[in-house]
Design a protein around this ligand. Structure first.
Ligand code: NAP
Length: 337
């Protein structure tokens, strides 16, 4: 066991992307545990757009990380010492570990123990078979509810949630159009993941591409981005369409909220159902989603991609990678040096 616990503590709230002033990297002693607790050595950290929303001034669905507090984050680690029989030494733990080498866990915390029979690499456990996959699963199957032959549009489609959400919609028999940045990601969606079409929102003619890719309009919007992209998708929603409002990443680094979508009236005219959702609310049902996703992965019906960053000290840079589109699929950091 290494003798120190590296931790990223929030030093200052950023006004745009995180920078060298946002966090203090400190080295503290490895914590000791009391009865009912277990010590987890964190090995992999999941990088999620919501990390950025947690360090703003305003509360979101969780209170902001306080100045001086360890950066909140999801991770995967192994129990290395235990005074709680529910967390035996050697067990793999998936949950809010924070950006640190060691964390103390107890029954009071919403953590998943990875069943020993689940054999998957860490990025898949944090991604397709973790919170990411559950977000795609519940958002698409219970809010988007695509039906055979309907047109589904997924934004940030080459990212962690979007790539899985689009493949689920294909499994439900829908025609799936992904929106992503750049020809390489668009080709990957169509050639490797089986999306029907892809729209490159970084191309000058992206609005025309969207129109051409959705000649019959849009029945389901799995919305990950917001801003201009959402506005253009909203304008093409059909009667009785559904919007699974998953994320609004285009605004997370902004200090001012974006202007409202000018096409909002189309939701009224077309009786569209829009529902925001936060995956934490589905936590008691994660087993259900992970069971189905594992089956699909095992059958080769869902493919996962991952972008791995090496090194604990690169955690803040990795967070910025999400906003620059430098990841394909799930972004994780391997912190075992
Ligand atoms: N509701 C929930 O409970 C929940 C849970 C998990 C995630 N989410 C949301 O789901 C969305 C995707 O999350 P993720 O973890 O799967 O991340 P991700 O999609 O793997 O990474 C973010 C991607 O967003 C795209 N992006 C970044 N800035 C953009 C911009 N200004 N305009 C258009 N695209 C932009 C980039 O792809 P390109 O290269 O294509 O630009 C980037 O790769 C986020 O909005 C996140 O907040 C919500």
């Amino acid at each position: 066991m290494s003798e120190e616990n590296r931790r990223f503590l929030l030093a200052e709230r950023p006004t745009g992307p995180v920078d060298e002033k946002t966090y203090d990297l400190v080295k503290e002693p490895v914590p000791s545990i009391a009865d009912g607790e277990a010590l987890v050595k964190v090995k992999w950290i999941s990088i999620d757009p919501t990390n950025r929303t947690w360090i703003g001034e305003e509360p979101t669905y969780l209170p902001p990380v306080a100045i001086g507090e360890v950066m909140r984050g999801l991770g995967l680690g192994e129990v290395v010492e235990s005074k709680n029989e529910n967390f035996p030494v050697g067990a793999l733990v998936n949950g809010l570990t924070g950006w640190q080498d060691y964390t103390v866990v107890s029954d009071a915390m919403p953590l998943m123990l990875v069943p020993p029979e689940v054999k998957a690499d860490p990025a898949t456990l944090l991604g397709t078979l973790g919170m990411t996959g559950c977000t795609a699963y519940f958002g698409m199957t219970e809010i988007g509810e695509p039906k055979e032959g309907e047109t589904v549009v997924v934004s940030a489609a080459a990212g962690a949630v979007g790539s899985i959400a689009g493949q689920i919609a294909k499994l439900k028999g829908a025609r799936v159009v992904g929106i992503a940045g750049g020809p390489k990601k668009c080709a990957w969606l169509v050639d490797q993941l089986g999306f029907d079409e892809a729209v490159d929102y970084k191309a000058d003619d992206w609005r025309k591409q969207l129109k051409d890719a959705t000649p019959d309009g849009i029945d389901v919007d799995f919305e990950n981005v917001g801003g201009e992209i959402m506005e253009a998708v909203f304008a093409r929603l059909n009667k009785d369409a559904r919007v699974a409002l998953c994320g609004l990443i285009s605004g997370y680094n902004d200090t001012e909220p974006p202007p409202g979508p000018r096409s909002f009236g189309n939701l009224l005219i077309n009786r569209v159902k829009l529902q925001g959702f936060i995956i934490l609310d589905y936590y008691p049902r994660f087993g259900e989603a992970i069971g189905q996703l594992s089956e699909w992965v095992g059958e080769g019906k869902i493919r996962s991609e991952q972008t791995v960053v090496e090194g604990f000290e690169r955690l803040p840079d990795a967070l910025n990678m999400l906003f620059a589109g430098e990841n394909t699929g799930k972004l994780v950091v391997n912190i075992e040096d």
